[in-house]
Design a protein around this ligand. Structure first.
Ligand SMILES: NC(=O)c1ccc[n+]([C@@H]2O[C@H](COP(=O)([O-])OP(=O)(O)OC[C@H]3O[C@@H](n4cnc5c(N)ncnc54)[C@H](OP(=O)(O)O)[C@@H]3O)[C@@H](O)[C@H]2O)c1
Length: 273
C-alpha cells in the first residue's frame, strides 16, 4: 500500500521528516502523496520538485482524508488548529512537545487514534531516534502505517508511558543540540590552538562522527571503549581528568533533567516558544 500522508507544519522538524521520507530507498513504493499543510509556501518549496509533494495553506483544501496525519507545529498552536482535523478519521501522529493524548482527545474525539512520537533532527538522514507511545491497541494496518512512516528513519522504540515521551524529549529529542554545543566548544579549542575556523569545524565534525560510528559498530558499551582507549598516563587521560574534576557528568545529568522539567511545563502553557 502506498500511503497518502499529511504533514501539518514544515519547520525544522517537519522538513527533517519530509526529507527523510523523500530520500528513503523505498520511498516511491511506500508513499503516494505528501500533503503539506502550512501557512507559507516557502518552507515547502525545496521539496516541490518531487511530484508527490503538494502544499496546502489550510486543511480545507485536502483532496481526501490521508491515511496518516503528522502534526509538527509549535505546542501553543494546537489549541487553534486541531478542530480543523476533527472530521478526519486518519491515524494522527503528533511530534509536538508536551501535549498529552488527553489534550488531543478533548479537541478531536476519544475515538480518534493518536500516537505521540518524539523524533530528532537526524531522521532527515535516516539516523534519528524516535520514541513512540499510544495507549490504544493498534490494528495490524495501523502498525504497518507507523512502521512505513518511521521504522527506516532511525532507531525506533515504543515507550511505556507519556512520561517517557517527556524523558526521551529531554534525551534524544533535544540531544542533537547538546552534541552541537560540545562540537562548538571543541572547534573553539582547536582555533585557540592555532587552526583556522574551517579546519577546526572539520576536526570537530569528523571526530564526533567517527567516534559515534566506531562506538556503534562495537559490541561493548561506550564506557568500556573509553577505558580501553585511555592509557593511564597518556594524553586522553590528562584531558578526561579535567572533565571529571569539572563534574561534566553531573552537568549533563542536570541539563537533561532541566529539559525534562521544561517538556512537562510546555504541555501546560497556553503560549510559548
Ligand atoms: N526541532 C526539533 O529538534 C524538534 C524535535 C522534536 C520535536 N519537535 C517538536 O516539533 C514541533 C515543531 O518544532 P519545529 O522546531 O519544527 O518548529 P518550527 O521550525 O517553528 O516549525 C513550525 C512550523 O509550523 C508551521 N505553522 C505555523 N502555523 C501553522 C498552522 N496554523 N498550520 C500548520 N502549520 C503551521 C510554521 O509555518 P511558517 O514557518 O510558514 O509560519 C512552521 O513550518 C514542536 O512542537 C517541537 O516541540 C521539534
Amino acid at each position: 500500500m502506498r500511503l497518502s500522508l499529511a504533514l501539518v507544519g514544515c519547520g525544522a522538524m517537519g522538513s527533517a521528516l519530509l526529507k527523510g521520507w523523500l530520500t528513503l530507498a523505498n520511498s516511491e513504493q511506500s508513499f503516494k502523496n505528501f500533503w503539506i499543510v502550512t501557512p507559507h509556501r516557502k518552507s515547502v518549496e525545496p521539496f516541490l520538485e518531487d511530484s508527490r509533494v503538494y502544499w496546502f495553506p489550510s486543511p480545507e483544501g485536502l483532496p481526501q482524508p490521508p491515511e496518516v496525519i503528522f502534526f509538527a507545529v509549535k505546542p501553543f498552536l494546537l489549541e487553534d488548529i486541531l478542530s480543523s482535523y476533527k472530521a478526519f478519521d486518519s491515524l494522527m501522529v503528533s511530534v509536538v512537545t508536551g501535549k498529552s493524548i488527553a489534550f488531543y482527545e478533548k479537541r478531536l474525539s476519544p475515538s480518534h487514534l493518536i500516537i505521540r512520537a518524539m523524533p530528532n533532527l537526524p531522521v532527515g538522514v535516516h539516523k534519528g531516534v524516535i520514541g513512540l507511545f499510544t495507549p490504544a491497541c493498534l490494528s495490524t494496518k495501523h502498525k504497518t502505517f507507523i512502521s512505513t512512516c518511521l521504522q527506516n528513519l532511525g532507531f525506533c522504540t515504543w515507550l511505556k508511558s507519556e512520561d517517557e515521551i517527556d524523558k526521551i524529549t529531554a534525551l534524544s529529542g533535544s540531544g542533537p543540540a547538546y552534541v552541537y554545543y560540545f562540537m562548538e566548544a571543541f572547534a573553539r579549542s582547536a582555533e585557540s590552538l592555532g587552526f583556522t575556523k574551517e579546519i577546526a569545524v572539520q576536526l570537530a565534525l569528523h571526530t564526533f562522527w567517527g567516534a559515534s560510528s566506531y562506538a556503534r559498530d562495537l559490541d561493548e558499551s561506550p564506557e568500556t571503549t573509553r577505558q580501553r582507549v585511555t592509557s593511564s598516563k597518556g594524553t586522553t587521560a590528562a584531558a578526561l581528568k579535567i572533565l571529571e574534576t569539572g563534574h561534566l557528568d553531573h552537568l549533563i545529568d542536570t541539563a537533561v533533567k532541566a529539559a525534562y522539567t521544561r517538556a512537562k511545563e510546555i504541555g501546560h502553557e497556553k503560549e510559548s516558544l
